[in-house]
Design a protein around this ligand. Sequence first.
Ligand SMILES: [Zn+2]
Length: 105
Amino acid sequence: MAGGKRNLRVTNGTARRSVRAWLRAQGRPCAICGQPIDYSLPPGHPLSFEVDEIVPVSLGGSPVDRANVQPAHRICNQRKGNRIGWRPDATGPRPLVPPRPTTDW
Ligand SMILES: [Zn+2]
């Protein structure tokens, strides 16, 4: 049995909070959709700030490397899921909004 295993969970927790605070302090817009992030929204809100890993942790990316994190909306982060460099399709179908008739005169 090999002993001396480092407690990575504690170390990562601190580093993760540090990276999160670092991103939050910059106040940058969402790296996925490009829209501003309201950093005052409570955690869990769809448009709240979340730390997004550019290379997902499940694919070997580091959640605490400042070169591998970017700010994102929670909803964008969830839609992006496990993909690298995913962006919402800006040219995709949009909800049809019929033009308002200008008959008020
Ligand atoms: Zn977004």
